[in-house]
Design a protein. Structure first.
Length: 480
């Protein structure tokens, strides 16, 4: 009697368009899988049906797969195992990775089906299932560059997958602009924050003109501000302009791709640009240094300007800005226990831990200082006096209004006094904010110490109670 074949199946839904996920799976190089060390196309083997891939896993296993079917229509690829070192315990295995649209939210359903020969037992199918789960998890992570976790650590607010009622979203050309409003409060200080996320950027099959929705959003807000200004209905509460643009660069180790360059050359003159290398912990220090040099070379070649503080910011911060870009940050939501009294956020790897706020390899503390501490007012000042003023001038010219070149030589002293006053005000506000932060930290530290003390007392009482009960148990057993 012939035995029946055994199967293993795993699936997941990835919050990314099908085209983006298909681009990572159709070559069957498993580049998304953290368990894979390398994948090479065997000599004289076509990179299509019949082509063979030699995959080396990090545990030392080397396996060769042959593609037996690729369907661009059904977005599926089928392959078989033809060689393995060490040898496997079954005769044959055929696997299929299939992708399907989830039309409700433009995400992707991924299924991974494997059929073993009849000698593949339950241990084989279970091992295959768990490996697929790990691989699918890595595939999902490969479509994310840590924007949500960065925003969480930056502002201390969770960015939910499902937007709340005070949020808005609209889809344009495979990209979803998600706007959410938040109120940050520290003591008596309140900050109204609007975050606009570009979900699905670069996931279009062609990515042609994918920057248009972003430019439209920036200019729409400028136009709204201009209309309020012209109708004398402008006040400090109605400033909806975008004051900062965080551009996340994937840690490829190569120079900027043409999509990045096309995007940045159109954006940099309209908004304060702060470039960020996401997931910088995936690069070695030498690779990161070379990557930064390549990016800066591209910035110089294509005349891309990044945000630079004005004279209103303390000079000790301004002098460092020529060397800090692009910022290399680490983001992670895992809680790492450094000691019984010290917990930090970071990312846990088999070889060690990476901390979000460790200045020795992460520029995240610097990014937070730029946006929330040192340059927060200057970002708004640069938007108002340079970026928006350029837009405003062009808008007036398009309306036929010609502005005369007025001489302001008589106002030089006034400008100097105003700049000095602004510096003094900003210094005073920074000192007050720092004092509030230090006070809050002391309160939190005191509360933490009290909780630890109560925890220690409770633990001690529980331990004594346990010992007492164990002693009672021994006495009861001795009577029998």
């Amino acid at each position: 009697m012939l035995g029946s074949s055994s199967k293993s199946y795993a699936s997941t839904v990835i919050n990314a368009p099908l085209s983006a996920v298909w681009n990572k799976t159709k070559d069957l190089d498993f580049s998304f899988w953290s368990a894979v060390q390398s994948c090479t196309l065997e000599a004289n083997s076509p990179q299509e049906v019949g082509g063979c891939r030699k995959v080396t896993f990090k545990d030392g296993t080397v396996q060769t797969f042959r593609v037996i079917e690729i369907s661009e229509i059904n977005n599926s690829i089928t392959y078989e195992l033809i060689d393995s070192t060490p040898a496997v315990s079954f005769m044959s295995v055929v696997s299929t990775i299939s992708l399907n649209y989830v039309t409700s939210n433009n995400s992707c359903f991924v299924s991974w089906d494997t059929t073993f020969s009849s000698d593949g037992g339950i241990e084989v199918t279970q091992d295959s299932y768990f490996k697929k789960q790990d691989a699918l998890s890595d595939l999902e992570k490969s479509n994310d560059i840590g924007k949500s976790s960065t925003l969480y650590h930056l502002f201390g607010i969770p960015i939910p997958e499902k937007l709340s009622e005070n949020s808005s979203t609209y889809d344009v050309k495979h990209m979803r602009l998600e706007t959410s409003k938040h109120c940050l409060q520290e003591g008596d200080a309140t900050l109204d924050l609007t975050i606009i996320r570009t979900a699905g950027l670069w996931n279009s099959p062609s990515n042609q003109n994918c920057w248009d929705p972003i430019l439209y959003e920036i200019e729409t807000r400028y136009n709204h501000h201009f209309d309020l200004e012209m109708n004398h209905r402008l006040d400090k509460e109605t400033d909806g302009r975008i004051h900062c643009f965080l551009y996340f660069i994937k840690p490829t180790g190569n120079a900027l791709n043409m999509g990045d360059i096309e995007m940045l050359t159109r954006i940099h003159k309209k908004v304060n640009l702060i470039p960020i290398i996401a997931k910088a912990d995936t690069l070695t220090p030498a690779e990161l240094s070379d990557f930064k040099a390549l990016i800066l070379s591209d910035f110089e070649k294509y005349k891309i300007t990044t945000y630079r503080p004005s004279d209103l910011v303390d000079s000790k911060y301004v002098s460092n800005f020529d060397t800090i870009y692009p910022l290399a940050i680490v983001s992670g939501t895992q809680i790492i226990e450094k000691s019984c009294t010290n917990f930090v956020y970071g990312r846990v790897y088999p070889w060690g831990n990476i901390e979000v706020n460790n200045k020795s390899y992460s520029d995240f503390p610097l990014l937070r200082d730029i946006i929330l501490k040192v340059c927060m007012l200057d970002l708004k000042h640069t938007t108002d006096s340079i970026l928006y003023e350029t837009f405003r001038t062009n808008r007036l010219l398009s309306m036929g209004v010609v502005q005369k070149n007025l001489s302001f030589t008589g106002l030089d002293n006034i400008d100097s006094v105003s700049a000095s006053r602004l510096k003094a005000i900003e210094k005073e506000m920074s000192s007050a904010l720092e004092l509030q932060i230090n006070t809050k930290e002391k309160v939190l530290t005191q509360a933490e110490n009290e909780l630890k003390k109560r925890y220690s007392e409770k633990s001690s009482a529980i331990q004594k109670r346990r010992l007492y009960l164990e002693d009672c148990k021994k006495k009861l057993l001795s009577f029998h």
